[in-house]
Design a protein around this ligand. Structure first.
Ligand code: HEM
Length: 505
């Protein structure tokens, strides 16, 4: 043990004579206020819990490297993506709905957040283990989380709330199918693919823009758990996925993912048959093939969970020169939300916490604020513009202008004639082998549990619209009347909802 850690001191370095016996007035008397070390110890303990992340509260992290193996410089000038560049990274995996103490093996999507400490500042890729998402408007996000988290009356998770919400929004269908499939419970974080999900942009040295999507495919192969296996594990080890990742890294069995991008030109985007900026849609690989970029390897465990994993703060707003956003309105909402959550969860100076701190100097001219523990830029001028030459903006990193069109309005994507919420889910079902289809149906039935039959009808009709066989099997497994499913499926989504609104048993 290091010499530094051998002697107990108080919070400001003075020696502490006793850490077990309180000072009392007499051998059997009450504690005195003068036991200041005791007061300090109790007061600090009471403040050791910070708010958990509003979602993705349960997670595990590891450091690693990202090595570029291909040349995609014709698309992006980002230094982190230039051939042979090696960049240090920190990754955090998470479940979404469960709180900080939840079991790792719940059926849920998994979060994947990667911080690239690039020489041009930090780039955070904050994604999930699915290529798409449940919803597409920021307005829906807090409601989604309220529906999948705890019921306000009982304090328990509720299949009724969860499936009521999902089935009222047809755009959730594809993600519902993925979550209920065998991929809904990965065997480990190492055995799943991860995705950026949104459409992002790249721009190159010529200041030309393309749209892109990120895919990181596991080199360990896909492996999943059945509901039965997951339940058993949850009863024995709630930290199963955390342990798996930690142990693999300790035994030097470093997990790796190959990063690919899909690229769509601005022209292609204008003519695409569905909205390329809708996160509930995917870009088909046949039309937009995967282009290899590089390899992410995780090879070092954190030294301290709280300091490095709990205090890690990722934000989709953190991009670097050569990588940009897109008109995806769901992404746009996220650009505000993360920093806002972290100012509350960790404080205004959370980017100074070592795990969040960029490896290059941040010259952002923010000053002061709670827990400003560095030199606070000393006497350097605090305003800009100034005549001293500080804080000069860097116009050479400007991205190309983006032409936009149309009126400002609350557009409902369901009114877009190109919008099809069931095509991708149906394609996925048809791609599944028979045993996977069976699992999908069984998992869904278990997951819908005691939800009202009308909600089950809605889901079955959605399945029927996606694929007749999917709908018929779902209907049968849920013990519903196929004639009613066929009858309901003759109308549109509005009439389906109108006919199934009564969900009070
Ligand atoms: C408008 C939609 C969304 C909003 C408003 C939102 C908001 C948030 C917030 C506030 C947090 C907690 C941040 C913190 O306390 O540090 C969070 C965590 C997270 N979100 Fe989202 N989110 C949205 C959609 C998504 C999507 C589409 C993805 C995946 C593509 C995603 C992936 C994640 C991940 C992985 C984390 C955990 C990050 C970590 O490990 O610290 N979120 N989100």
């Amino acid at each position: 043990m290091a010499e530094d850690y051998k002697k107990l001191t108080n919070e400001v370095g003075a020696q502490v004579p006793d850490n077990e016996n309180s000072i009392t007035a007499g051998p059997r008397g009450p504690v005195v206020m003068q036991d200041v070390w005791l007061m300090e110890k109790m007061a600090h303990f009471n403040r050791e819990v910070i708010p958990e992340r509003r979602m993705h509260a349960k997670g595990w992290g590891a450091y690693g490297t990202f090595t570029v193996t291909n040349d995609i410089s014709k698309y992006t000038r980002a230094k982190v993506l230039q051939p042979n560049t090696v960049t240090n990274t920190f990754v955090r995996f998470s479940t979404v709905a469960g709180e900080r103490g939840a079991a790792d093996t719940e059926r849920d999507i998994r979060g994947f957040a990667c911080k690239f400490y690039t020489e041009e500042g930090n780039w955070d890729l904050v994604g999930n283990n699915t290529p798409t998402f449940f919803i597409r408007d920021v307005h829906n996000f807090s409601d989604l989380n309220r529906a999948v988290k705890r019921d306000p009356r009982t304090g328990r998770r509720s299949a009724q709330n969860n499936w009521d919400y999902w089935t009222l929004l047809p755009e959730t269908f594809h993600q519902r199918t993925i979550t209920m499939s065998d991929r809904g419970i990965p065997a480990s974080f190492r055995n799943m693919h991860v995705y950026g999900e949104h459409t992002f942009s790249f721009y190159n040295e010529e200041n030309e823009r393309v749209w892109c999507k990120f895919h990181l495919l596991t080199q360990q192969g896909i492996k999943n758990l059945t509901d039965e296996e997951a339940e058993k594990i949850a009863g024995m080890d709630r930290e199963y996925h955390g342990k798996d990742l930690y142990d693999a890294i300790e035994r030097k069995d470093y997990p790796k993912w190959t990063m690919y991008v899909q690229i769509m030109s601005e022209e292609q985007a204008k003519n695409h048959y569905e909205n390329p900026f809708d996160i509930t849609k995917i870009w088909r690989h046949k039309e937009f093939p995967l282009i290899e970029v590089g390899v992410l390897e995780l090879n070092r465990n954190p030294e301290n969970y709280y300091a490095e994993v709990e205090q890690a703060a990722f934000s989709p707003a953190h991009v670097v020169n050569g990588i940009g956003f897109s008109p995806d309105k769901f992404l746009q909402g996220r650009l505000f939300s993360y920093g806002d959550a972290q100012r509350y969860r960790l404080g205004v100076n959370h980017n100074h916490i070592p795990v969040n701190k960029p490896k290059v100097q941040a010259n952002e001219y923010h000053r002061d604020g709670a827990m400003r523990v560095d030199g606070n830029f000393g006497g350097i001028s605090a305003y800009t513009p100034n005549s001293y030459g500080y804080w000069a903006a860097q116009p050479d990193v400007s991205e190309p202008p983006l032409d936009l069109e149309g009126a400002m309005y609350r557009f409902d994507p369901n009114d877009d004639p190109t919008d099809d919420n069931f095509r991708a889910g149906g394609d996925l079902y048809r791609l599944m082998a028979e045993d996977k289809k069976e699992l999908l149906i069984e998992n869904t039935v278990r997951n819908m549990g005691d939800a009202h039959d009308n909600i089950k009808y809605r889901h079955s009709v959605h399945c029927y619209w996606a694929d007749k066989d999917y709908g018929e099997r779902m209907c049968k497994a849920l013990g519903l009347d196929l004639n009613r499913v066929i009858e309901l499926s003759a109308g549109d989504h509005k009439s389906l909802i109108a006919a199934t609104l009564d969900i009070v048993s």
